[in-house]
Design a protein around this ligand. Structure first.
Ligand code: FES
Length: 107
């Protein structure tokens, strides 16, 4: 089974059930709170995720992500969860400045 592992949410595992969905949609399907201020439209960077493993298997960097990379708002090891389509195993972290105050994050 293909899965997303969120390292700093206690190694939480989320199954990938649809190869055409972005990461954020999978997280939402499994009731995982993840910041997404613009409503998953690619117009902010609050849904950023740091990609630790499996980045090569994500869909191509989208125009929205390219724009934020050029502006220095999205690092090379980060993707937007609302834009990046996941098709293979992925290990991610929530960046410090995208953490939600009501969740307890692990190291
Ligand atoms: S939720 Fe705004 S860019 Fe992803």
């Amino acid at each position: 089974m293909v899965k997303i592992v969120i390292e700093n949410l206690g190694q939480k595992e989320v199954p990938v059930t649809r190869p055409d969905w972005p990461v954020l949609r999978h997280l939402q399907e499994h009731q995982i709170d993840w910041m997404h201020a613009c409503g998953a439209k690619g117009r902010c960077t609050t849904c950023r995720m740091k990609v630790l493993q499996g980045g090569d298997s994500l869909g191509p960097v989208t125009p929205a992500e390219q724009k934020y990379r050029k502006a220095g708002l999205l690092r090379e090891d980060e993707r937007l969860a609302c834009q990046a389509v996941v098709t293979a195993n992925l290990v991610i972290r929530v960046p410090d400045d995208s953490k939600l105050p009501h969740l307890n994050y692990t190291d």
